[in-house]
Design a protein around this ligand. Structure first.
Ligand code: SF4
Length: 317
């Protein structure tokens, strides 16, 4: 194992992404934020558009906990999976500093096993492994596992982790997974783990990728207009909770005008929204906003597309 660890460290020294800001800090809050942002989003997007502005607005965990949820959602706008932002905000309201122990970290809202391990090892240098998607793929290939159980993977990960230098080891594993042990064309000849890899002859057999059927959901969206302002409501349901959006209705009003269709793909479903405009005051709607004012609200990607469709439509007339 010592040789493998040495190979991994040499590889990381030469090829690792040492420049990432969350790898150049010991601040547990910064590391925690990066972990949450990176859960469903690419490094490039997080780096270019979200990580720094978020930290500028909420420099400490305390600042985040004291901020109104609307401000947090606004800074998260476009990143999607808004529960992540709500849980960050809840956690920031519950603790002054993030705990150092995994058992305590996982009791906080939205912190699962992997995030807890990542905070523990990257912020507090605990000798524990992490288990994000790239690392899972490597472990499956090392042990020729087609359909592994999480428990099995954690056991392998704990045996493999370099307890003397867990920080570099874990960062290296993520980088090896994203640049060497890639899903389709792994470069086994360049891999520092090839000596101990049982699956390197046919790596793409491991793990088996489950085919997902993504259902389609259709909805009718109604924009009510009053004095050139558009009606929006703050969502109360579980989905996109807290964000502002256009109401969906069962049957469009007779006097409304159909202006087009918006398609948006989420991880679990495809959404098709047929958009109608009702050019009268709708007594059921309480809040009307100009398009300028809408820019300051936290809204979802679908609602952004609906505003754009509306603006394109009125420009055509
Ligand atoms: S040897 Fe190949 S399959 Fe094995 S971990 Fe390295 S890149 Fe992946």
């Amino acid at each position: 194992m010592k040789n493998t660890h040495q190979n991994i460290h040499h590889w990381y020294k030469k090829h690792g992404r040492h420049d990432l800001p969350w790898r150049r800090t010991n601040d547990a809050y910064h590391i925690y934020l990066s972990e949450v942002m990176l859960q469903q989003t690419q490094v490039k997007t997080v780096l270019e558009r979200y990580y720094f502005p978020f930290l500028k607005k909420f420099p400490t965990l305390k600042d985040l906990g004291n901020a109104p949820l609307d401000d947090v959602l606004k800074m998260w706008e476009g990143l999607g999976y808004y529960n992540r932002a709500k849980n960050l905000h809840k956690t920031a309201g519950l603790v002054k500093t993030l705990p150092t122990e995994i058992d305590e970290l996982i009791t906080l809202p939205g912190i699962g096993l992997n995030t807890a391990h990542a905070v523990a090892t990257f912020a507090y240098k605990k000798p524990v492994p992490i288990m994000e998607a790239n690392v899972k793929r490597i472990l499956c290939r090392l042990e020729k596992l087609k359909t592994p159980k999480d428990k099995e993977l954690w056991e392998i990960a704990y045996k493999l982790v370099d307890k003397e230098n867990p920080f570099d080891y874990n960062q290296a594993m993520m980088d090896i997974g994203s640049s060497v042990c890639t899903p389709k064309n792994p470069h086994c000849e360049e891999c520092p783990l090839s000596d101990v890899c049982k699956g390197k002859d046919e790596p793409t057999l491991y793990p088996i990728k489950k085919k997902r059927v993504v259902p389609t959901r259709e909805q009718n969206i109604m924009i009510s207009l009053y004095n050139d302002k558009l009606s929006l409501t703050q969502r109360k349901g579980k989905f996109l909770h807290g964000l502002w959006g256009f109401p969906s209705i069962e049957v469009p009003l007779c006097a409304s005008e159909y202006i087009g269709e918006i398609t948006h793909i989420y991880t679990h479903f495809k959404s098709i929204s047929k958009v109608y405009v009702y050019d009268e005051l709708d007594c059921e709607q309480e809040h009307y906003f100009s398009t300028e004012e809408i820019r300051k609200l936290a809204i979802s990607k679908i609602d952004e597309k609906i505003v754009k469709l509306y603006l394109d439509t009125i420009q055509r007339y």
